[in-house]
Design a protein around this ligand. Structure first.
Ligand code: XBP
Ligand code: MG
Length: 251
């Protein structure tokens, strides 16, 4: 029986990467006097490395970064802290909105008695800011457990953050459903034994989603129906709790 929905944040609750995180990284680089610039396609490649600090460290290994190995860890930490400050400012300005249907689905699930949780590689501050700016007051309290970067140092596709959330929830993986946007997220949830639906983004649409219960454009709204891209097409345009329960039961 389905008891809990576990949501990823970046790409799933909101399309945060291109106009949120990417811009914040570039501002942090400029602040530090570095001439690095991650354009939209380049950032898409870098997204293969999950976790912002890990992404910076990965970039530092390239010849164009030109940072001595001994200095990389300290600089990556400083740049990432600065990047988080920029990201919080971008969210405060209202530039990052929830994806279509997400606020509706969260509030329906909460009202319907399903437990809600979050499993993400991003930092806790980023989640709190996003939820505070995009959901009704008090909605942070809808989430029984929030698993973030601070709780799980091994980033997706490692299942650590899902294992943390399951343990905190006191639920078996079979009682939960994950909602993810990326192959790394799908792999993390699946490795923890949690069945998963995927809502793609422009950055993730060509990734491998084998093993997902279904792959969707998004969860849909009455005036902007969801499209089923792969897997079970049960014929509903607006994904609601009943539909999620049906997919979960089939899986
Ligand atoms: C999200 C990430 C994060 C964000 C940036 O992955 O990989 O690194 O890009 O956030 P997922 P931080 O959606 O699978 O959780 O800089 O805070 O890491
Ligand atoms: Mg994601």
């Amino acid at each position: 029986m389905l008891r809990a929905l576990i949501f990823d944040v970046d790409g799933t609750l909101a399309d945060t990467e291109r106009d949120g995180h990417r811009v914040a990284f570039n501002r942090a680089f400029a602040d530090a006097g570095l001439d690095w610039h991650w354009d939209v396609p380049r950032y898409g490649e870098l997204l293969r490395v999950t976790g912002g600090r890990e992404r910076i460290l990965h970039f530092m290994e390239s010849a164009e970064a030109n940072i001595p190995a001994a200095e990389r860890e300290t600089l990556a930490r400083a740049l990432h802290a600065r990047k988080t400050a920029h990201y919080l400012r971008i969210v405060d300005e209202g530039s990052v909105q929830l994806r279509p249907g997400v606020a509706r689905l969260l509030s329906e699930a909460h009202a319907g008695g399903l437990t809600l949780a979050i499993a993400t590689t991003t930092s806790r501050a980023n989640i709190d800011a996003l939820l505070a700016h995009t959901l009704p007051p008090g909605a942070l309290g809808w989430f029984s457990v929030i698993g973030a970067a601070e709780d799980a140092p091994r980033k997706k596709p490692d299942p650590q953050v899902y294992e943390f959330v399951l343990e905190q929830l006191g639920l078996a993986p079979q009682e939960c459903l994950a909602i993810e946007d990326s192959s790394a997220g799908l792999q993390a949830a699946s490795a923890a034994g949690v069945r998963t639906i995927v809502t793609i983004t422009d950055y993730t649409r060509d990734q491998d989603f084998s093993g997902a219960l279904t792959v969707l454009s998004d969860v849909g709204e009455r005036d902007a129906p969801a499209r089923v891209l792969a897997g079970s097409a049960a014929g509903t345009d607006v994904i609601d709790v009943a539909q999620l329960k049906a997919w979960h039961a089939q899986g």
